[in-house]
Ligand binder design. Structure first.
Ligand code: G
Ligand code: G
Ligand code: NA
Ligand code: MN
Length: 253
């Protein structure tokens, strides 16, 4: 398609940038992580969101190059962000087909060769789709990443298979309760029960929980009552430009 041709060209020209959404430590009321979110600087359509171009990248075989570029864009900013903000981690989203590809671990090994400390600052966000696509490969890659010093987070938890079996077997440090789920907290008592149970079960396995898409004070109050560790969402901060992130105060109240 026309869009895939434009995308191919944009990847070559590195016509992308990152926004960063702070993740708040609910105990301390301070930002502790920032999630990197890729944006395409499209010449006519303006800032384009991943939901528009990731499917195109997957269909047209561009996902490994695009994923490699997003890692590169994040790495370029790590020193600047870490020295200004002293966050614990920056988190990056990896698409399942990229995660499971031959080139992924190779890309990260090359990265460690040039930036030996990088793994201690980075969390890799994956979804449960990796388990459904290739369980053995997914496990093996997760153990390799852990061995390289990266931390791993399971994104969109609560929407898919949501198996605690993987959480128990694998070195996963954090799960992210999906935003569609958080949205239901204000509306539906059964979702409140499931959310609090997921938090409790995760904690019993030594896993921390990030609530995504927190938009209201009542959602936040519920999460605090149920000892959710971290939260992100427009209630705190929308995805920010790097300049905005660097100027933002750490504390929220
Ligand atoms: O940026 P937005 O807020 O629209 O994010 C939507 C989704 O797009 C994210 O949950 C994530 O799955 C995907 N996404 C965002 N940034 C990246 C990226 O840098 N790489 C990959 N592979 N996916 C991303
Ligand atoms: O990785 P994932 O697809 O979960 O990425 C997080 C997505 O959530 C991004 O697209 C981001 O723009 C979006 N987002 C950020 N804050 C909010 C919010 O408060 N509510 C909702 N619904 N989405 C949000
Ligand atoms: Na994510
Ligand atoms: Mn998510």
């Amino acid at each position: 398609t026309e869009l895939s041709v434009e995308l191919d060209k944009a990847i070559t020209e590195k016509g992308f940038f990152m926004r960063f959404q702070p993740v708040i430590d609910l105990t301390r009321g301070e930002m502790i992580f920032a999630e990197a979110l890729l944006r395409w600087k499209h010449s006519k359509k303006g800032e384009m969101l991943p939901e528009k171009f990731i499917p195109v990248a997957e269909e047209s075989g561009l996902i490994t190059r695009l994923g490699g570029l997003s890692i590169e864009l994040l790495v370029q900013q790590v020193d600047r962000i870490m020295s200004a903000k002293r966050l614990e981690k920056l988190t990056i989203n990896i698409i399942p087909s990229h995660f499971l590809s031959q080139s992924f671990i190779v890309q990260l090994q090359e990265l460690i060769n040039t930036h030996p400390d990088i793994s201690q600052y980075m969390t890799i966000e994956i979804t449960e789709a990796v388990f459904l696509m290739n369980i053995e490969a997914a496990k093996s890659i997760i153990f390799q990443l852990h061995g390289m010093g990266f931390s791993i987070s399971l994104d969109d938890f609560g929407t898919g298979y949501s198996s605690f079996k993987y959480l128990q077997e694998l070195p996963i440090e954090v799960i992210k309760l999906d935003s569609s789920f958080i949205a239901e907290i204000d509306i539906d008592p059964s979702h409140r029960t499931i959310a609090s149970t997921i938090i409790e079960l995760s904690h019993s396995l030594g896993i921390k929980v990030i609530a995504e898409g927190v938009e209201t004070n009542s959602q936040l109050a519920f999460l605090q009552d149920h000892h959710c560790d971290f939260a992100q969402g427009s209630y705190f901060f929308k995805p920010l430009s790097i300049i905005e992130l660097l100027h933002m105060q750490r504390g929220v109240s």
